[in-house]
Design a protein around this ligand. Structure first.
Ligand code: SF4
Ligand code: SF4
Length: 325
């Protein structure tokens, strides 16, 4: 078995934002916990010893949760450094930790997830103070660079119908701070609501309400129909771990429920858990219906967005650096 190169490991199973179209912000996943440092260490040690991951793997410390909410984040990072694993962060930047050389030692990249570039957009989606978010982003970027970090920062800008006229301002902000800007259409990132929509169980009023915020709702079933018959879901190449050290089938699925969990890394044989991961019942329906194809093609850049020359340069530089690693 080839080691997984991409691992998403939720150290925190909840989020402080209240994004209505996210499973965490707008659903039952609010109730997640936090991983204990010894559970985190034992899990990664077992994965390393079984060669499920190796020194080329990047462990992203998030899936459905906000990693900077972990009160023992620095202990978690010390474990990463002790095991000499590369790691990545995605954050809404409402709360940032103190940065030192330990934090940046094995840091691969940081993603800032943004829901617009105005207080109005932030009030509507994340529910945060926009000025504070901008200041936190600048501080985190400056502090990481001051502590020797030379890797990439990204802004993942979620494009809603109401924030398209804020895209350029956010791109300019990103350029001023040497951050790679990546705008993507916001999606219905909520398994249960997505299934309801596909099965025609959402009321016309609810569909209208969602469509007033999100682009492309009406194209979901059309994309599903385009799924090739032999489509292989790329999610099987990623390893998704919850804060309880359970392996999830993929990053789109809720963590609660036997249908989605493949087993526990610490209490079961890792081979058994990974064998189960490729044979879960949920995947049969998901692949057959074309939903898997939609899920893996849903993050797209708006066609109306024209990247600045400087952003082309940053993006290219980032891609080249990644290839050379
Ligand atoms: S989209 Fe990101 S920031 Fe918003 S609730 Fe979900 S995990 Fe939190
Ligand atoms: S087939 Fe569907 S449920 Fe299974 S891994 Fe792919 S996206 Fe996830």
């Amino acid at each position: 078995m080839k080691p997984y190169r991409t691992v998403y490991f939720d150290i925190v199973g909840f989020c402080n934002a209240r994004c209505p179209y996210c499973l965490t912000g707008g659903g039952k996943e609010k109730s997640g916990g936090m991983i204990l440092p010894d559970v985190f260490e034992n899990t990664l040690t077992k994965l390393l010893r079984s060669q499920v991951i190796d020194s080329k793997s990047v462990v992203s410390l998030y899936n459905w949760g906000e990693p900077f909410l972990h009160p023992r984040l620095h202990e978690i990072i010390s474990i990463i450094n002790k095991l000499n694993i590369k790691y990545a962060i995605s954050t809404n930047a409402a709360k940032i930790p103190a940065i030192n050389g330990e934090f940046t030692r094995n840091l691969d990249h940081v993603i800032f997830s943004m829901c617009g570039f105005s207080q109005a957009s932030y009030r509507r989606i994340h529910g945060f103070d926009f000025e504070k978010i901008k200041n936190n982003i600048i501080k985190l970027v400056d502090d990481c660079r001051f502590n020797g970090f030379r890797g990439d920062f990204f802004i993942s800008y979620h494009v809603y119908r109401f924030n398209t006229d804020e895209i350029k301002a956010c791109e300019n902000f990103a350029s001023r701070h040497g951050i790679v800007f990546r705008p993507y259409y916001a999606i219905l990132n909520h398994w249960w609501k997505l299934l309801k929509f596909i099965n025609g169980e959402l009321s016309p009023d609810r569909i209208k309400e969602i469509s007033e915020d999100l682009f492309g709702l009406g194209e979901i079933t059309e994309t599903m129909r385009k799924s090739p018959a032999s489509y292989q879901c790329p999610q099987h190449d990623y390893l998704i771990i919850t804060e309880d050290a359970d392996v999830l089938v993929c990053c789109q699925l809720p963590k609660h429920g036997a249908d989605f969990s493949c087993g526990n890394i610490l209490s079961e044989g890792i081979d058994d858990v990974l064998k189960r991961k490729n044979k879960m019942h949920v995947c049969e329906n998901c692949s057959r219906s074309g939903l898997a194809y939609y899920i893996n093609n849903s993050l797209s850049e708006p066609t109306f967005y024209k990247r600045s020359l400087y952003q082309y340069f940053l993006l290219l530089k980032s891609k080249i650096q990644r290839l050379l690693r």
